[in-house]
Design a protein around this ligand. Structure first.
Ligand code: ADP
Ligand code: ZN
Length: 300
């Protein structure tokens, strides 16, 4: 539940599969933002947190948006291949011990959904949606859901987790077994990890998602991998639209915000029957949607 108390010194943290972002927030204003690569083990993670807060004042509260789901202050990866030590890692206890203050934890896709909803609500230039689905195409594929102006957390803290819903369009390398235990998940086709895996299989050398987007400007095979991913995202959006009928779908994450990705998703969605279509927009808060969302949620 949100806590009703203004905070002079808030430490907001967004933990993804690739990076950890942190912001020192005073009275709702970001004073400074920093970033570190995500670690591969608990000791490295706690060291990265120490590096991020170097020289910052002691927080009164720590607010964390973390990939995976949270249960009793512990975090668990939905896809165990994304962060292997996220298998019940006591994130809440570690941060509470480190900073000696209350810690608020939330899934990163849900935090970003809340941030994107609030920015639309307060912006004078757009019509605020009542209901919104946020999809992050990043190391994995995550998401969050705002229904009737309320963030849906869900029984397990997983509401809106689009990445592990299944789609009929498979990855070009045929590797459909997901680390969540299911097959044919959207994450196996359209995450940064999946794009890199497919590109590496097609071209026979290690290629990351960023390089693939550069290659796609001139190479039709590279472009086909991205187009296939965009069509998979559009298929998932149509599925959600038929079920939830939201006002807007917002796309974030480094892959979602990469050059041309949003346009490709829109083009693919335009092929669907009109009832299965919905306006698709880019995250107004860019890479900081999760940070902004958790910052607001922990203070509202
Ligand atoms: P996180 O998953 O930690 O929240 P990001 O949203 O930055 O972080 O997503 C990281 C993924 O995005 C990685 O797979 C990375 O290779 C990919 N990526 C980063 N920058 C780009 C880019 N400019 N174009 C395409 N893919 C990118
Ligand atoms: Zn899955």
């Amino acid at each position: 539940m949100p806590i009703n108390k203004p905070i002079d010194m808030l430490l907001a943290i967004d933990v993804g599969g690739t990076k950890i972002a942190a912001a020192w927030v005073s009275k709702g204003q970001i004073i400074e933002r920093r970033q570190q690569p995500m670690a591969t083990d608990p000791a490295g993670f706690l060291e990265a947190i120490n590096q991020l807060v170097l020289g910052w004042p002691a927080p009164e509260r720590v607010a964390v948006a973390a990939t995976g789901y949270i249960d009793g202050g512990k975090v668990y990866s939905v896809n165990q291949h994304i962060i292997e030590f996220w298998d019940g890692f006591p994130l809440g206890r570690h941060l509470n011990t480190r900073f000696a203050c209350p810690v608020v934890l939330m899934n990163d896709g849900q935090a970003a959904a809340w941030g994107e909803y609030l920015i639309r609500k307060t912006s004078t230039s757009s019509i605020a949606p009542e209901s919104l689905l946020f999809i992050t195409l990043s190391t994995g594929v995550g998401g969050g859901l705002v229904l009737h102006q309320q963030l849906r957390i869900g029984r397990q803290g997983l509401a809106g987790h689009v990445g592990h819903t299944t789609i009929s369009r498979g990855p070009v390398d045929g590797d459909v077994q997901c680390g969540c235990g299911r097959c044919d998940c959207l994450e196996k086709v359209a995450s940064g990890t999946a794009l890199a895996r497919q590109a590496s299989a097609v071209f026979g050398r290690r290629i990351d998602s960023k390089e693939l987007f550069t290659m796609a400007q001139t190479n039709p095979e590279a472009e086909a991998i991205i187009d296939n991913a965009a069509m998979a995202v559009a298929e998932a959006i149509s599925n959600f639209q038929m079920m939830l009928d939201v006002d807007e779908v917002v796309i974030g994450g480094s892959v979602g915000l990469a050059d041309g990705m949003l346009q490709r998703i829109r083009q693919a969605l335009a092929q669907a029957p009109s009832l299965a279509q919905v306006p698709v927009t880019a995250a107004l808060l860019g890479a900081d949607a999760g940070l902004a969302g958790i910052m607001q949620w922990s203070q509202d």
